[in-house]
Design a protein around this ligand. Sequence first.
Ligand SMILES: [Zn+2]
Length: 172
Amino acid sequence: MSAEPTSLTGTLTSDELRAERVRFCSRCGAASDARGPSGPEPGLERVCVECGMGVLLTCAREAMPDRSDVFLVVTEDLSISAVSEAGEGVFGSEASLVGSSLLSSISSPLGDDKLTRLIAEAATGSREVHTIPLYAAGPRARRFRRLDGRIATCGPPRAALIVVAGRFDGRR
Ligand SMILES: [Zn+2]
């Protein structure tokens, strides 16, 4: 037994840097520093210490939402499993959204087939990050212009993270 796994530190390729994993709160979007001074062993705490409500999820650094971003977490069967606090202002309350179909809240001018394919890929672990145009169909949707969605994998449990960006206060 002499073969050690190659160390991940030291000589990261750009692909490996892009694949760097970070943790964020499914509710408030706060980044979690897994090397915090207190609490359980790094990597084991599951509930956000910032808001006490969200579950900590892991995603690629390039896909991580900013705090106060509008985002949804969606399972492979296109069921919404989490919505950020900011997302509630766009898509409706967490209580009304969790468990509902994503396609009741979002569609894409590229077609729902494309949208659902990208989400299914992300929800099953694809490391690709895609940005596609979206329309929101939430309670305030008529006030929105076209939005963009950044789709990436996150977990555990494995799911798709959709960070929605655009002018939510869009005026005609
Ligand atoms: Zn939080």
